[in-house]
Design a protein around this ligand. Structure first.
Ligand code: EPU
Length: 333
């Protein structure tokens, strides 16, 4: 276990904000969590993964916790439905690479999503028509109130679009491992735009195609700091959608019809039509190739730059289309 005070978080958030926390704890096992002297830690407590979906809005006065529980264990490779146990601190894309290399289907569409497995379980990450909830069968946690281990089935996790019971529980549960349920039998999911016609002969070939698409649309994390999609795609009523069509001035509005008559509209399209592509604020900018992404363009953007750019985008989209964009990136105050 590693405990540090006045710790620099710049390598632990993909926006590369130069912020510090009062205390940083990195643990290697559930036993260490159980043995930790919780009362001695500065409050509030905040558990992070790779910090790939976080915006620290300033120095953090409490304790940042981080998992170093890293493993990928195939429970039984001989089964058609392959159970795989994964430690929460394992980089998510290592899990996808490993399962694809072993010829196991299920995770390939979730290739190259930044972050760690624990965060994938909390946020219900999704891409190319697949969500984490589709491939998980159980989540093991450490309960910070009871100070003991507990387990949840997928239904108990109450997954929704980038939502889960863990988010609602507001930090009560620390995810320590997840049980994935993958498949030996081919089950490619290619309905999503861009995946039609790709080589789907193996999970590895689908992974390769997904990586290629993501690389053309999203910034290379080694070059520019960002937190991936900054906003959620808004879900609107038929009435709100009519107003968007009106404001679009004859242009076709891309959309996806959901259950219950609701409609999902791509936030990237709304932001693009408001002319925000490439827009700047201090060191921050709206990414040219995917306006859903805000980048630390200069490398020394401040949290205030990003917050101001966010404010302007939200106000612009609301004014033109009447839609209130919600951030997908979690703001840590
Ligand atoms: N669009 C524009 N202008 C642009 C770019 C896109 O108008 O410059 C419009 C297009 O109409 C396009 C639509 O936006 O068809 C949607 O774009 P895309 O299908 O690429 O996906 P997205 O809705 O922008 C979501 C996830 C991504 C995930 C992709 C692919 C959210 C908030 N984001 O983005 O997740 O990779 O789908 O499945 O749901 C992430 O969470 O970090 C992330 C990257």
């Amino acid at each position: 276990m590693r405990i540090e005070h006045n710790f620099d978080l710049s390598s632990l958030n993909t926006f590369r904000m130069k912020v510090r926390c009062a205390c940083y704890v990195e643990y290697d096992s559930v036993d260490e969590l159980t043995a930790l002297d919780w009362d001695s830690l500065p409050r509030p407590l905040k558990h992070i993964g790779a910090g790939s979906n976080l915006l620290f809005t300033g120095d953090f006065p409490g304790t940042v916790l981080h998992s170093a529980i890293r493993y990928i264990k195939y429970v039984d490779l001989g089964l058609d439905e392959v159970p795989v146990m994964v430690g929460a601190g394992t980089t998510w894309d290592e899990v996808v690479e490993n399962t694809c290399r072993n010829g196991i289907w299920g995770a390939e569409n979730l290739s190259l999503i930044p972050g760690e497995t624990g965060a994938a379980a909390v946020q219900n990450i999704g891409a190319y028509g697949v969500e984490f909830k589709d491939i998980v069968s159980g989540v093991v946690c450490f309960d910070l109130i009871e100070k003991r281990k507990c387990k949840f089935t997928t239904a108990e996790c109450r997954y929704g679009y980038r939502e889960s019971m863990f988010k609602e529980a507001d930090g009560r549960y620390i995810v320590t491992s997840v049980l994935l349920r993958l498949s030996r039998k081919p089950r490619p999911r290619l309905e999503y735009k861009g995946l039609e016609g790709i080589d789907a002969s193996s999970p590895a070939s689908v992974r390769e195609a997904v990586i290629k698409i993501r690389r053309t649309k999203l910034p290379d994390p080694a070059e520019k700091g960002s937190a991936g999609s900054f906003f959620k795609n808004p879900v609107v009523s038929a009435l709100e959608f009519a107003r968007i069509i009106d404001a679009a001035g004859g242009e076709t509005v891309p959309h996806y019809i959901l259950d219950g008559g609701f409609i999902k509209v791509p936030a990237a399209w709304l932001i693009d039509r408001c002319g925000f592509k490439g827009e700047r604020e201090g060191g921050a900018a709206v990414y040219e190739k995917q306006p859903l992404v805000i980048v630390n363009d200069s490398g020394d953007a401040s949290p205030a730059d990003i917050l101001e750019l966010e404010r302007r985008i939200v106000a612009g989209v609301r004014e033109r289309f009447g839609v209130s964009l919600q951030p997908e990136v979690e703001h840590i105050i």
